[in-house]
Write a protein that binds this ligand. Structure first.
Ligand code: CTP
Ligand code: MG
Length: 380
């Protein structure tokens, strides 16, 4: 190994976090405003000895991942597998394809608080061993499930990051293929005959496994608000679309799509809460595929983007501004329709109609305006 080893940190974040529950996988839940994964990355980024960081994420977690690492430049994430072992393997193979490393520190995203001293101890131990893992003493009495007490001094609790010579752990993982799933990477390394040292771990490194483990860490739900506004002019026609409902009227509304101002304002409110541009940037009015489009497509797409980011609709409030048609008689139908488009309870929706006392373009009957507010929240 070179005097100054090239060290890569490999963070596995491809799990589903089923035991922790909540709306999104635990590594994307926020603690003190930052995703658990982001916390896990920070101490490794700050550590001078670590040259590269690779992250393994689950299939379909791209949007959650991007929101979690916003503002941090990292190589493209690697897609993980069905087990942690497979996710680590995929990460090691990706590092190998990109030129390898001298040492690799394999770390769980679910351990967000990593003291730098643990990293120092691991790296130091690797100068004399094939690998090193952090461990802490068992403090509670230990017993077998049948009741027989065992000597707790014989046991330690093993944590991550686990550090290895890169070539050794890669060979060990490749050699393990076809057998049962290992409990951790140290087991895989030892089975291949490598010499793995124990260094002192740290209580802070505890893995977040259950909902309770988040308590006291200031886990806060993400909460976002957006607003939307839209206007369409009246034109010749015999009906208008408002709030997803077809309303017979002596004139129609002109627009590239079905000109449903209420759904457009709501779509913009959701996109606004997401910081995702506006309806025109997602569905350009010049694009023929949106000609006469049913605006429910725009609204459901905005909700899909939110869901991909682990956010659900808290509530929506829209005000439709026009002299005619009257909104009141259609309010409940609009509410039911919008709730159905979004798959939410109608109670989360409010639809209001107002005139402008015959003032301005709406008052002169030249068109219809709508303004909306949306709140989005994470599932914590
Ligand atoms: N992990 C992974 N790929 C998997 C399973 C787990 O990368 N197929 C990662 C997790 O994201 C986590 C670490 O391995 O950072 C430790 O696993 P664990 O605590 O078991 O997390 P989950 O598998 O996500 O949780 P659960 O077992 O409760 O579903
Ligand atoms: Mg698991």
């Amino acid at each position: 190994m070179a005097d100054t080893p090239r060290i890569t940190a490999l963070i596995v974040a491809a799990g589903k976090g089923e035991r922790a529950g909540g709306g999104i996988p635990k590594q994307y839940r926020r603690i003190r405003g930052k995703a658990v994964l982001r916390h896990a990355i920070e101490p490794l980024r700050r550590h001078d000895a670590i040259a590269d960081i690779r992250i393994v994420i689950g299939e379909g977690q791209q949007a959650l991942y991007e929101a979690a690492i916003e503002g941090v430049a990292l190589p493209a994430p690697v897609v993980g597998g069905a087990t942690r072992q497979q996710s680590v393997r995929n990460g090691l193979e990706a590092i190998d394809r990109d030129g390898g490393a001298d040492l690799v520190l394999i770390h769980d995203a679910a351990r967000p608080f990593l003291p730098a001293e643990v990293v120092d101890r691991l790296i130091a131990a690797c100068s004399a061993h094939d690998g090193a893992i952090p461990a802490i003493a068992v403090t509670d009495s230990l017993a077998r499930a049948d009741g027989a007490t065992v000597a707790r001094e014989d046991f330690v609790q093993v944590q991550t990051p686990q550090a290895f010579r890169f070539d050794a752990i890669l060979a060990a993982h490749r050699g393990w293929e076809g057998e049962r799933t290992a409990t951790d990477d140290a087991e895989i390394a030892r089975a291949a005959g490598y010499d793995i040292d124990l260094v002192d771990g740290d209580k802070e490194l505890k893995k977040l496994t259950f909902e309770d483990d988040f308590a006291g860490h200031g886990a806060i739900p993400e909460f976002r608000v957006g607003t939307g506004f839209d206007v369409h002019a009246f034109a010749a026609g015999d009906h208008v679309w408002l709030g997803g409902v077809r309303i017979p009227h002596e004139r129609g509304l002109s627009g590239h799509s079905d000109a449903d101002v209420a759904l457009h304002a709501l779509t913009d409110a959701i996109l606004g809460a997401l910081g995702e541009g506006d309806i025109g940037s997602h569905f350009p009015p010049g694009d023929p595929q949106w000609k006469n489009a049913d605006s429910s497509l725009f609204l459901s797409r905005a909700a899909e983007i939110a869901a991909g980011r682990g956010l659900e609709i808290g509530n929506l409030d829209v005000t439709i501004i026009c002299e005619s048609p009257r909104i009141g008689p259609h309010r409940e139908a609009m509410r039911d329709r919008i709730a159905a488009i979004l798959g939410i309870e109608p109670e989360r929706l409010s639809i209001k109609g107002t005139t402008t006392e015959r003032l301005g373009f709406a008052g002169r009957g030249e068109g219809v305006a709508a303004q909306a507010v949306a709140t989005l929240r994470s599932g914590v």
